[in-house]
Design a protein around this ligand. Structure first.
Ligand SMILES: [Zn+2]
Length: 227
């Protein structure tokens, strides 16, 4: 009797375990399918975003130095119908570019940065307005602006074009008309900067505060310069 009982109980348990296994299997498969679907959708969305970024050439723009960025923006605004002048060669009065269209003159400051652009850039471009007889002032960067810069720009009517806005501007343009950042980099090779203390070459280095030029003879020479 007890033997029989034991056997029934075992069969019963076995049945429960098998049923549970079946449910678990179904639940596992369903979960797997959902997870795969979610990952697939995520991957799809990411790859669209990646492709957009790649097409904007922003990675190439990040590799530019200040002068290359100015020339790149010059070409970019030129293909938007502006007559553009890159001013740096002629002396910098706070504007890197002057854009002209239909009698309207825009003074532009270009900031190829590795950190957010601060209030100085806005002050400089406001100061440049009168000097260039410009009607509008813009600051363009491959990064973003500090809160203080946004506030000062708002009260002075300065247009700030940050990374996101720049990417969007590039993407809206006709692919045939927009400049190729790689070509711009090749056309305006980075200037070799010499250390004024030891004559070695200065190289771009990164710190927590952003990029700077450091002497390649470091640690023998500790000379640095702002980028
Ligand atoms: Zn040096």
């Amino acid at each position: 009797m007890t033997q029989q009982n034991h056997l029934t109980r075992m069969v019963f348990c076995f049945a429960i375990v098998e049923t549970c296994r079946g449910y678990l299997l179904v639940a596992g498969i369903a979960f797997g399918i959902l997870l795969g679907l979610a990952m697939g959708i995520r991957f799809w969305i990411d790859s669209i975003a990646q492709e957009k970024l790649r097409r904007s050439g922003i990675a190439e723009i990040d590799k530019m130095d200040g002068r290359q960025f100015e020339h790149y923006l010059g070409l970019l605004f030129h293909s938007q119908g502006y007559k553009t002048t890159v001013t740096r060669a002629a002396g910098d009065y706070g504007a890197d570019l002057i854009l002209e269209q239909n009698g309207r003159k825009v003074a532009v400051q270009a900031k190829r940065y590795s950190k957010n652009v601060g209030i100085d850039a806005v002050q400089q471009i406001v100061g440049a307005l009168a000097h260039y007889g410009a009607n509008a002032a813009w600051v363009v960067t491959n990064r973003d602006f500090t809160d203080a810069a946004y506030k000062l720009a708002a009260s002075n009517g300065v247009r700030l074009i940050n990374r996101e806005a720049l990417i969007e501007m590039i993407q809206r343009m006709n692919p045939a008309a927009k400049p190729n950042p790689k070509q711009v980099r090749a056309q305006f090779p980075q200037q070799k900067l010499q250390c004024d203390r030891c004559g070695s070459q200065m190289v771009v280095r990164k710190s927590t505060k952003g990029e700077f030029y450091g002497c390649s003879s470091f640690p023998k020479c500790r000379n640095t310069k702002a980028v």
